[in-house]
Design a protein around this ligand. Sequence first.
Ligand code: ADP
Ligand code: MG
Length: 558
Amino acid sequence: MASMMQPQIILLKEGTDTSQGRAQVVSNINACTAVADTVRTTLGPRGMDKLIHDDKGGVTISNDGATIMRLLDIVHPAAKILVDIAKSQDSEVGDGTTTVVLLAAEFLKEAKPYVEDGVHPHSLIRSYRTAGNMAIQRVKELAVSIEGKSLEEKKSLLAKCAATTLSSKLIGGEKEFFASMVVDAVLAIGNDDRLNLIGIKKVPGGTMRDSFLVNGVAFKKTFSYAGFEQQPKKFLNPKILLLNIELELKSEKENAEIRLSDPLQYQSIVDAEWNIIYDKLDKCVKSGAKIVLSRLAIGDLATQYFADRDIFCAGRVTEEDLQRVAAATGGMVQTSVNNVIDEVLGSCEVFEEKQVGNERFNIFSGCPSGQTATIVLRGGADQFIEEAERSLHDAIMIVRRALKNSTVVPGGGAIDMEISKYLRQHARTIAGKSQFFVNSFAKALEVIPRQLCDNAGFDATDVLNKLRQKHASGANYGVDINTGGITDSFANFVWEPAVVKINAINAATEASCLILSVDETVKNPKSESAQGEAAAGAMAGRGGGAMRGRGGRGMRRR
Ligand code: ADP
Ligand code: MG
């Protein structure tokens, strides 16, 4: 009675929207399931692509989980976590982005009935964490090392990993062609961690098969002035000078104010300008370089000057390309032409300007340090080439990972089935509720082979039963994407680097535990309007936003 008399305690500001308890956990799980449903159909070699168009009219066709998740612009706070793990998977290992989202959502889906029945999320979380760790341990045990093989063997092994990644993409039809190209490119750059050493240049037109790999650098011909056509377009063993200065006549007499007392002095001012540029050009020529590249403009005077002396030049080369030329040819970018010594000049075996489709390309091949490679991609529509680039990026990352960690596991759901079986066996030894939770975790792992079947139009129940039976005696069997039956994935070279699976299981477990542990969301309406204010009046918005942000956090902590 007395408690009823007490005034109501008002904790949150008026208008604050809260929801809490079991219902909140369940609603978060539902949101995550909805997100997973949108990318579900893209998994595997028979997966479908998504076409996403934004309000600016940009159209993207993609099969890549991370790309789709990023473009979807998800607003649900809990479901955003799935976007984050897809992104982190993309940057950590580069592949398996759909897998990680599906796994996380499936873990949650399996947990949902328990939460609804009143199981405390922390019991679930504890079991999931243990199960996740055991699963990762098991993947590590089962992984097969490719260390200690000869280069040729290693190459073909890596090509198989790349082919598995590419098989689920738009360019899957030419996977062997691209896989060997990717492996060559990655091996070319060696142990260097900089991804941008592998350039991908897109040239619309032609067919996929017209794509080629340059063992060195290639970039599109830059803007050029009259006289350019007289320059030689092919050199053997040329010296290359890389600059970051302008080689252009600066008509300062038009920009600057000059006071002259004697009309004769005027000529000397004009002459001075010409002398400066001729001096610069002369020094470039004297350095012995046959190719001059600059990040800044090379004007018509310089172009003519070089043409007369059989030197090739290109101005306005992008920073990235210039750096790659520097890395490949062993040259150093100069900011002055004084004192150009031989050591700062780069060199390569062959330089050539070639026609590729409608574009002309400057190609430097046979570079001494060999630490760059460029893939020139050909194909029909723009969207197609862009998706091809994204797919190649996945494959490049995978080959690099495989090269670094050098362990692989069978794909096509084989490893997932094996882990699932292992966890089920372990669950039987557990007394108490935890047995159910570990079992659910094991069951959730089967989502990968099941989805591969669904996407290919196979009878998932039938295939999964066969797989379970095979795996009872321990096997590398996975879904056979060609016949709708089962096959030894390992023997058929459907391989994935072990890190893809390890990272995916880890991230998915973490994400699902995180989402299970949230039982309340507080939406502070003021913080939303603060953003509006911020847009309108910077000062007011900033002050108000900071205040409210602090207040909001305090409240949630209570
Ligand atoms: P993700 O974004 O997770 O990499 P993908 O669409 O690339 O998703 O699909 C990857 C899945 O497809 C992996 O589980 C892989 O084992 C499987 N897979 C790839 N190639 C084959 C194949 N030839 N046969 C069966 N499964 C395959
Ligand atoms: Mg993939």
